[in-house]
Design a protein around this ligand. Structure first.
Ligand code: TNX
Length: 509
């Protein structure tokens, strides 16, 4: 009988009006406000067009590129049209700020409005998730492409929502980085921090110091061939990220985590002797020579060249785990480097140790501790620095999920899917409140990661949780509803070829 009923229902379906099985708020990150209207579902057909004026054209082309493979519909982008249409509009839109959007679904079409193209792009990511998971297929599928009716008003809790990829411990090619950019942009991540230099490798061409990349980039953890980005390749990654409305923040770590540079140029060492390249995973053994003038000539060149190829406002200058730099030297060093960043028109970002050096109030310290008490970071917040939250025991995507995880480290503990979701940036560090938080970032260190499967396994499903913490209002935070929305993402990841970790904490679809 059950089977017969099922058949009947399936058979009856084409006769009823288009009805979505998705709920309007069934999206990650969950929207600020969703008002469903079950009589207003919209069905995409071969006649649907995408309407966009000049301002919205880039986002419209991107949307067309997302929807055409699985639907097989032409979905032309046109300047104006009658329904059925998906209309994208950069226009004054109340309530949603410079990153939010308003999305309206009626039987005649979908309209996304925003004050900026960033906001439109965010709205497009919502629309994408409102369609069936098969929309992610790369070849034509026969499906009913229905969007649930109603209206969404949505904007982020924090302006800065980042992901970090460590391309120093293991090198990832531009195509591998672009794939990650596509994956994270679905969850409204708007910043990609690239960790470009560490003990094991220097990954960015610096024309005035060519040995950095050529020699310093020639290996990686485990002794593989490493690699580096030419400046042209780096600019191409930056442009690709921009097309996904993501800003790249490049990091060259200093004064520690610098063996690759020290190995490339003997004169950067206090004793004038270059150490060998390093392929292990220890930290804290290297330091630039704080008392040599050439150190600052070198860093001036590096920062000048990096600033010139980076359109974003921030350069990350590391500053973590400088265990081989005396405290007084550390302060002296940062006192000389922070002004170089400013000289080339950039604002500094640094790991939270940098607060010891009293950086300018425009600098963003990135908290990576595992303890809610950090008086130095709280003092920086009190002075006026906005803090970026990456608590290692919550936001570190390179931590193992549990003792059986085949990849990852566990110095900050095991981080299961629920752990990565169950925290609040406004209470992470005692004395750092909501208004003092710039946002959140999920770092992915690559000591144990060698390819995209490994990246995906660590980032999914934890990254969407951190993205939701960064975007959605605190009042929506709820593990039970989140885990159901997360379960719904699985069929999408299957279509996209994302090799995710099927945590037993979630009843996967
Ligand atoms: C600590 S987090 C580091 C990195 C390692 C990471 C591994 C931070 C600022 N420094 O050098 O890769 O742990 O989890």
């Amino acid at each position: 009988f059950g089977a017969a009923l099922l058949t009947l229902t399936a058979f009856a379906q084409p006769a009823v009006a288009a009805q979505s099985t998705k709920q309007l708020a069934d999206v990650i990150p969950v929207p600020v406000q969703a008002k469903p209207d079950p009589r207003a579902d919209f069905r995409l057909t071969p006649a649907t067009v995408i309407v966009a004026d000049r301002d919205a054209r880039q986002v419209a082309d991107y949307l067309g590129g997302l929807l055409r493979p699985a639907t097989g519909y032409p979905l032309p982008v046109v300047p104006f049209a009658v329904s059925p249409k998906i209309e994208l509009d950069v226009t004054r839109t109340a309530q949603v700020g410079d990153q939010g959007y308003r999305l309206d679904v009626t039987r005649r079409g979908v309209t996304i409005r925003a004050n900026t193209t960033d906001g439109l792009f965010a709205g497009v990511q919502t629309l994408r998730q409102l369609l069936p998971a098969t929309i992610e297929a790369k070849t034509v599928r026969h499906s009913r492409w229905v969007v649930p009716g109603g209206s969404i008003t949505d904007y982020p809790r924090f302006g800065y929502r980042g992901a970090m990829l460590d391309v120093a411990r293991h090198f990832f090619t531009p195509d591998q980085v672009k794939l990650y950019i596509d994956q994270i942009s679905q969850y409204k991540i708007n910043t990609l921090h690239l960790h470009l230099a560490d003990d094991q490798g220097w990954r960015i061409e610096i024309k005035s110091w060519p040995n950095l990349a050529r020699y310093g980039g020639s290996t990686e953890v485990g002794g593989g061939p490493g690699g580096y980005y030419t400046q042209a390749q780096y600019k191409d990654i930056v442009a690709y990220a921009a097309s996904r409305h993501i800003t790249v923040v490049p990091e060259v770590d200093m004064p520690g985590h610098t063996n690759a540079a020290l190995a490339s140029y003997p004169e950067l060492n206090c004793d004038g002797v270059a150490p060998p390249l390093y392929t292990g995973i220890e930290v804290g053994f290297s330091s630039y020579c704080v008392d040599k003038d050439i150190t600052y000539k070198f860093l001036d060149d590096v920062i000048r060249e990096l600033a010139a190829i980076t359109p974003g406002r921030y350069l990350h200058i590391g500053g973590d785990e400088a265990h081989s730099t005396a405290e007084a030297d550390y302060l002296k060093f940062e006192g000389k480097v922070l002004p170089i960043v400013a000289k080339y028109g950039k604002l500094a970002e640094g790991w939270n140790e940098i607060v010891k050096a009293n950086p300018p109030l425009t600098a963003i310290p990135q908290f990576w501790g595992i303890n809610g008490q950090d008086d130095a970071t709280a003092a920086a917040a009190a002075r006026g620095n906005k803090i970026l939250m990456s608590p290692a025991n919550k936001a570190y995507l390179d931590m193992k999920y549990n003792p059986d995880s085949p990849l990852g480290l566990h110095w900050a503990g095991y981080v299961e899917v629920r752990d990565a979701y169950d925290w609040d940036p406004a209470t992470t560090v005692q004395g750092v409140s909501e208004q003092q938080v710039a946002g959140v970032e999920a770092p992915l260190w690559s000591e144990t990661l060698i390819n995209n499967d490994a990246i995906e396994f660590m980032a999914f499903p934890r990254l969407p949780g951190i993205a939701e913490i960064g975007w959605s209002p605190r009042s929506t935070h709820d593990w039970n509803t989140y885990r159901e929305r997360l379960a719904d993402q699985a069929p999408r990841w299957v279509q996209e070829g994302i090799d995710f970790y099927r945590s037993s904490q979630v009843d996967w679809k």
